[in-house]
Design a protein around this ligand. Structure first.
Ligand SMILES: Nc1nc2c(ncn2[C@@H]2O[C@H](COP(=O)(O)OP(=O)(O)OP(=O)(O)O)[C@@H](O)[C@H]2O)c(=O)[nH]1
Ligand SMILES: O=C([O-])CC(=O)C(=O)O
Ligand SMILES: [Mn+2]
Length: 602
């Protein structure tokens, strides 16, 4: 066999890349082509260009140096799940959890929209690396886009430019992402994924997860497919380090659906008593987590991103002071309001807006001043809680995995799965109320397994089987938990204070991992009794705590039945082990429920 020399791989990769750029240019007909190097000078040039074109507005440079505002088209403010497709040769491989089109038909449909779409525009070639540039867990891609705003965001959100291109040349492969804002007509908008070709095509949107292709499209949909083939996990999870008073740091990964508290938990500021005792919280990631079993059998995780694309509304000194401190400089704000002196403003901040997110004089009759899905894009390094371990090539070891969602009733504040199989069922069964992060109705309860409903690039049944496959000899798997910060009382208000006080729940979780914390066993898992949680200094009525930790077996019966029906929607692809587990819990609930509920459910 002839050995292929490194230089040959390098030149053939560059050839592939050049040929692809040429092909795209022939189709889209840009006026110019710009290869991004990620330098400061390039960033400066793009900012000036966008300021001149009105794509960016400078905010108050005295209070917010280096901060700018971008207003997207009012019909282009969130991910569009109904226009997001996974195009596999076999429809079953995409699964009922994805919208699907056959690859040939999909290419034909979207290429027709790309035809000539970059006339009068510059085509930017954006090489990027998801994850630390020297990590074996990282993966690279190249996004072609005609949006300088996308380039500017990709520069913050990924390791973008020359170093990424060098890694691509060395490795010989990369994910291809083609993006154009097109004419922003929602009728000519598609976000298409071709996992078998490791490629993405997105047109008609300039917004977040639709357009920053390194993020949801690559790091979740395509990566989840690759991860299944290669034995790792690509998840919609934050990664946070919790340092206890003894100076030990444990890392936790948590999956909550979009706009359900990942960024907040990742940057949590401990309550005062905890701070005094020496607890610290370190942010590794706030949205995406790639993890792989290490030589020691533990799961080791990296954050593939380099920045935060966080929800602005609700971010305040009271809720997330770390995030607020992070966005005081060098931040791109999208669809927030502004004050009379040009500072960014959103609901939850003090002061008053004068101009709303659409650039109109603020009038409460028009709704919120900032769009509910308005965002900030900022380098993760600017967070006061930023963990240097986020740059570690081997990643960080995960002690606990947490699932959670917005559940106004039924689901307790926290519970622990009995074992890995049960934990996978807990993740698969996740439900949450929809939020403004995607277009469509808000506040509707839907199943969102592992918070990946919009992001899993293949059949959920296969995905559950992949999760189960990590339970094998030699594995040192994290314990799995479920939390619910969003339980509401009869008055419609949240029962749990949330935010910094969530550390109380994390302390119990880590205590369980170390075999210290107590719990009672219930059909749905281990639940703390009020005395098992550290509630010192918390002004919470005893009745609220009781309600937060109650397990209503009669109420859980129909929920567990619905979970069974949901699992069945993936047909043969649902692993038997998961269905057996669901039946086991259903039986335990039936035995625990008072007789009338059993009869009703029977
Ligand atoms: N009641 C309550 N609300 C919370 C809590 N944590 C976060 N929120 C609110 O939930 C909303 C979204 O929070 P984020 O932390 O930005 O959500 P995310 O999961 O990072 O969202 P994406 O970036 O869309 O994936 C904000 O309005 C927060 O104020 C909590 O513990 N309790
Ligand atoms: O992808 C986006 O547009 C924002 C985001 O993090 C999410 O929706 O989970
Ligand atoms: Mn997200």
């Amino acid at each position: 066999m002839r050995r292929v020399r490194a230089e040959e791989i390098m030149s053939s990769t560059l050839e592939t890349l050049n040929r692809w750029v040429d092909d795209v240019a022939r189709l889209t007909r840009p006026d110019a082509i710009h290869w991004c190097d990620g330098s400061d000078a390039e960033s400066q040039m793009l900012t000036e260009l966008m300021l001149a074109r009105g794509d960016l507005l400078a905010l108050n440079q005295e209070t917010h140096p280096g901060c700018h505002l971008h207003r997207s088209h009012p019909s282009d403010v969130a991910r569009v799940e109904h226009l997001t497709l996974v195009c596999t040769r076999n429809r079953e491989d995409a699964g009922p959890n994805n919208h699907w089109l056959a690859p040939e038909e999909a290419h034909a449909k979207i290429d027709a929209l790309f035809d000539g779409c970059m006339q009068g525009r510059t085509l930017y070639v954006v090489p990027y690396c998801m994850g630390p540039i020297d990590s074996p867990l990282s993966r690279c891609g190249v996004e072609i886009t005609d949006s300088p705003y996308v380039v500017a965001n990709m520069r913050v959100m990924t390791r973008m430019g020359a170093a990424a291109l060098a890694r691509i040349e060395r490795e010989g492969h990369f994910v291809k992402g083609l993006h154009s804002t097109g004419d922003l007509d929602p009728d000519r908008r598609y976000i298409m994924h071709f996992p078998e070709e490791l490629s993405i095509k997105s047109i008609g949107s300039g917004y977040g997860g639709n357009a920053l292709l390194g993020k949801k499209c690559h790091a979740l949909r395509i990566a989840s497919w690759q991860a299944r083939d290669e034995g790792w996990l690509a998840e919609h999870m934050l990664i946070v380090g919790i340092e206890n008073p003894q100076g030990q740091t444990h890392y936790v990964a948590a999956a909550f659906p979009s706009a359900c508290g990942k960024t907040n938990l990742a940057m949590l500021i401990p309550p005062e008593g905890y701070r005094r005792d020496g607890w610290k919280v370190w942010t590794v990631g706030d949205d995406i987590c790639w993890m792989k079993p290490g030589p020691d059998g533990r799961l080791w995780a990296i954050n593939p991103e380099a920045g935060f694309f966080g929800v602005a509304p609700g971010t305040s000194q009271a809720t997330n002071p770390n995030a607020l401190a992070t966005v005081q400089r060098d931040t791109i704000f999208t669809n927030v309001a502004i004050t009379a002196d040009g500072q960014p403003w959103w609901e939850g901040l003090p002061g008053a807006p004068t101009v709303d997110w659409q650039g109109r004089p603020y009038d409460p009759a028009n709704g919120p001043a900032a769009h509910p899905n308005s965002r900030f894009t900022v380098s993760a390094r600017q967070a006061p809680s930023w963990s240097p371990e986020a740059e570690a090539a081997q990643g960080v070891p995960i002690s606990a995995i947490i699932f959670g969602g917005r559940r106004p009733s039924l689901v307790p504040l926290v519970f622990e799965a009995h074992d890995w199989t049960h934990g996978v069922l807990v993740g698969a069964a996740m439900g949450s109320e929809t939020t403004a992060a995607a277009t469509g109705a808000v506040g509707v309860l839907r199943r969102d397994s592992m918070a990946m409903k919009p992001f899993c690039g293949y059949n959920y049944g296969d995905y559950f089987a992949h999760w189960l496959s990590f339970d094998r000899p030699g594995a040192q798997l994290p314990k799995i938990f479920h939390v619910n910060w969003f339980r509401k009382g009869a008055d419609g208000r949240f029962l749990w204070p949330g935010y910094g006080d969530n550390l109380r729940v994390l302390e119990w979780i880590l205590g369980r991992c170390e075999g210290r914390a107590e719990a009672r066993d219930t059909p749905i898992g281990f639940v703390p009794r009020p005395g098992d949680l550290n509630l010192a200094g918390l002004d919470l009525p005893r009745a609220a705590i009781a309600e937060l930790l109650d397990v209503d077996a009669a109420g859980w019966l129909p929920e567990m039945e619905a979970i069974g029906e949901y699992l069945a929607t993936f047909g043969d692809r649902t692993p038997d082990r998961l269905e057996t587990e669901q039946r086991r819990i259903l039986a335990a609930l039936a035995a625990a429920a008072p007789a009338p509920a059993r009869a009703a459910a029977g």
